[in-house]
Design a protein around this ligand. Structure first.
Ligand code: ZN
Length: 399
C-alpha cells in the first residue's frame, strides 16, 4: 500500500473502500512505529511515517480512545522552560497476535509481534474432520506451547487477539458452522470454543477467506481490490475480495466453488448435493483416478511431485482439472469481473493446473473480462492460512 504525503488516498476519486483500506494501513503504520520505538511526540510520528499531522492526530485520537496507546511525559524534554510535550507510547507491553490455521490434516499456530515478526511457528498433523472438540483442544494446547516458546505469559503479557481459520463455511453473524461440508463441526462455534479454552477473544473465518485476506494484505493481491483466491488441494474452495472487502454472503458460504454442480448425474457429495466440481476434480478424486496406473501409493503431495518430475499422465489429469475449475471460475468471473485470480494451496505447484484455469478463463469469459484478468499462483504459499489468521487476530482491527 503506497503512502501519500498528505495521508490521503490518490486524487482520482477514491472509493469508500480504498479510503478505509488506506486508513487501516495508516493506523497499522502508526501503531507499529509506536510499538517499536521509545515514546514519541505527534510531530515526530508525522515526520517518521510521512503522514500529515491531521491524519496522525485523528489516528492517535482513535488509538487513545480504544486504550491501545497512552500519553506520557516520561523522557520528554521541556521546551524553553515550559511544560514538556506529551509523548505517545503503546499501553503496556506492545502485544502479540496469535494465528491458528486448522486444515483437513493439520493444525498450525504462529505467534507474531505487532510488526509482524514471527516469534513462534509450529504445526502438528491431525485429521480435523474426525472430532471438532479434540481438534480445538489440540489447537489450544499448541497455542500455549507456542506462547511459552515465544516467552509470553498469557496472564501478564498482552495478547491482542487470536485469529483462527477452519476448513468449512462459518456463519459471519454467530460464528457457527452451518454447512455439512464440515459435518463433525456442525452447529459448533469454534471461535467461542477456543476463546473459552484460552481466555482471550478469537475471531474465526473460513480458510479460503483467510487465504484471500492474506494475499490481499501481504501477497499476490496487494493493491488489487477485486480478487478470487482459489484454495485447491484435496478439496476446492474460494475466497472473494470484492471492492476491497471480504465477501462472505448471508450465511458465510459465498465462494464455495467446489460445490457448484459440474456433472448432472455425478456422485453424492459431502455437502448433500451431487455432481459437485470437487467430487469430479478435487485433488482427492485425481489421486483416485491415477492410483490404478501406479504401484506406489499416491497422495495429493506425491501426485504434485510426479507432475514436477514431468510425469505425463499426472500432468494430463492436472490440465483437465485446471480446465474444469477454470470453467466454473469463468462463469464466476463473468458475474464479478475481478482483476485477479490467485491459485493457492498445494495445487499452485502444478503449472498444468494453473495454465488449465487460464485456458478456460480465456475460452469462456467475455473477451474484456479475460483481458482485464490475471491468473497467478499464490505468493504466500503454505503460509497463506496462518498469515490470514494473524491478519484478523487483532480484535480491535477494523473488519
Ligand atoms: Zn458438494
Amino acid at each position: 500500500m503506497p503512502q501519500h504525503d498528505d495521508g490521503r488516498a490518490p486524487a482520482s476519486a477514491p472509493s469508500a473502500t480504498s479510503e478505509s483500506r488506506l486508513r487501516t494501513a495508516n493506523r497499522s503504520q502508526v501503531l507499529e512505529l509506536l510499538a517499536r520505538s521509545a515514546p514519541v511526540s505527534r510531530a515526530d510520528l508525522a515526520q517518521q511515517t510521512g503522514l500529515s499531522r491531521s491524519t496522525v492526530s485523528s489516528i492517535v485520537q482513535e488509538l487513545l480512545g480504544s486504550g491501545e496507546i497512552v500519553e506520557t511525559t516520561a523522557g520528554a524534554l521541556p521546551r524553553g522552560g515550559g511544560r514538556p510535550p506529551s509523548l505517545l507510547t503503546v499501553n503496556g507491553s506492545p502485544g502479540t497476535r496469535v494465528g491458528v490455521d486448522i486444515g483437513h490434516r493439520h493444525v498450525r499456530v504462529a505467534i507474531a509481534d505487532l510488526a509482524g515478526a514471527r516469534l513462534a511457528d509450529r504445526e502438528i498433523r491431525l485429521d480435523a474432520d474426525n472430532s471438532a472438540v479434540e481438534t480445538i483442544d489440540r489447537a489450544a494446547a499448541l497455542v500455549r506451547e507456542c506462547l511459552a516458546e515465544a516467552g509470553i505469559d498469557p496472564k501478564t503479557d498482552r495478547i491482542l487477539g487470536v485469529g483462527m481459520g477452519i476448513p468449512g463455511p462459518v456463519d459471519p453473524h454467530g460464528g457457527i458452522v452451518v454447512s455439512p461440508i464440515l459435518a463433525n463441526w456442525m452447529d459448533l462455534a469454534p471461535g467461542d470454543e477456543l476463546a473459552r479454552r484460552l481466555g482471550v477473544p478469537v475471531r474465526v473465518e473460513n480458510d479460503a477467506n483467510l487465504g484471500a485476506l492474506a494475499e490481499f494484505a501481504q501477497g499476490a493481491a496487494r493493491e488489487v481490490d477485486d480478487v478470487i483466491y482459489v484454495k485447491a488441494s484435496s478439496g476446492i474452495g474460494a475466497g472473494l475480495i470484492l471492492a476491497g472487502k471480504l465477501y462472505r454472503g448471508v450465511t458465510g458460504i459465498a465462494g464455495e466453488i467446489g460445490h457448484v454442480r459440474f456433472e448432472d448425474n455425478g456422485p453424492i457429495c459431502r455437502c448433500g448435493n451431487r455432481g459437485c466440481l470437487e467430487k469430479a476434480f478435487g485433488g482427492a478424486r485425481l489421486v483416485e483416478l491415477l492410483q490404478p496406473a501406479y504401484e506406489e501409493t499416491l497422495s495429493v503431495e506425491r501426485m504434485l511431485e510426479l507432475a514436477q518430475e514431468g510425469d505425463i499422465r499426472v500432468n494430463r489429469i492436472l490440465d483437465d482439472a485446471g480446465r474444469a475449475v477454470g470453467r466454473v471460475l469463468a462463469d464466476l468471473c463473468n458475474h464479478l469481473n475481478p482483476a485477479l485470480i490467485v491459485v493457492g494451496d498445494t495445487m499452485r505447484h502444478s503449472e498444468s493446473f494453473v495454465l488449465g484455469i487460464k485456458d478456460s478463463i480465456d475460452r469462456f469469459t467475455q473477451p474484456d473480462t479475460a483481458a482485464a484478468l490475471d491468473v497467478v499462483p499464490s505468493e504466500l504459499g503454505d503460509d497463506a492460512g496462518v498469515t490470514g489468521a494473524l491478519v484478523i487476530a487483532d480484535a480491535t482491527a477494523p473488519d
